[in-house]
Ligand binder design. Structure first.
Ligand SMILES: CC(C)(COP(=O)(O)OP(=O)(O)OC[C@H]1O[C@@H](n2cnc3c(N)ncnc32)[C@H](O)[C@@H]1OP(=O)(O)O)[C@@H](O)C(=O)NCCC(=O)NCCS
Length: 148
């Protein structure tokens, strides 16, 4: 598997938006993704054989960072792609003197929770009824933190 990690460029956004719509019940729109990239967040993509396989977006400031999205195409999951994306992000955060990385995740997202625990994140709290689940029901967000 020929895996490359590189900074995102604007021409990646249609493919990223397409993967968002495949992987998330409430995907970010291409406009929202564009705003994150334009805000100079830390945004990386993974390519396998020159095709988009995954991406990771984070924001940072004041010595702290927030993981906004990490996602891997279902046909490439469980092959270490998200691990490589996280390594790249953490390398960059080190160079920016960031010492803590925070995130929120849907309480039902067992794949992501398993991944974050395996990456050394610890659960630090819960936001009740944070995410919409359907028009009438919401679900909790779990808050995680990792020391960089
Ligand atoms: C969460 C996600 C990004 C993991 O990506 P991945 O490339 O498959 O992860 P990796 O292969 O690097 O996995 C590393 C470790 O994470 C854990 N992990 C990964 N997928 C898991 C799953 N489905 N269930 C439990 N643990 C999991 C395992 O410990 C795994 O190590 P192992 O393969 O030795 O068992 C991927 O499942 C995904 O894109 N999900 C949909 C999008 C999403 O929900 N993103 C998170 C919220 S923004």
């Amino acid at each position: 598997m020929n895996l490359t990690i590189r900074p995102i460029v604007d021409t990646d956004l249609p493919s990223v938006a397409e993967l968002e719509s495949q992987l998330f019940s409430h995907p970010h729109s291409i406009d929202q993704l564009q705003k994150m990239v334009a805000a100079h967040e830390s945004c990386w993509v993974a390519e396998i054989d020159r095709r988009l396989a995954g991406y990771i977006f984070a924001s940072f400031g004041g010595g702290q960072a927030d993981l906004l999205i990490v996602a891997v195409d279902s046909k490439y999951q469980k092959q270490g792609v998200a691990t490589r994306l996280m390594e790249q992000l953490i390398d960059q955060l080190h160079s920016l003197l960031v010492d803590s990385l925070f995130l929120e995740v849907r309480a039902s997202n067992q794949a992501a929770i398993g991944f974050y625990r395996q990456q050394g994140f610890s659960e630090i709290g819960v936001r009740r009824n944070y995410y919409p689940l359907s028009s009438a029901i919401r679900e909790d967000a779990l808050l995680f933190k990792k020391d960089c």
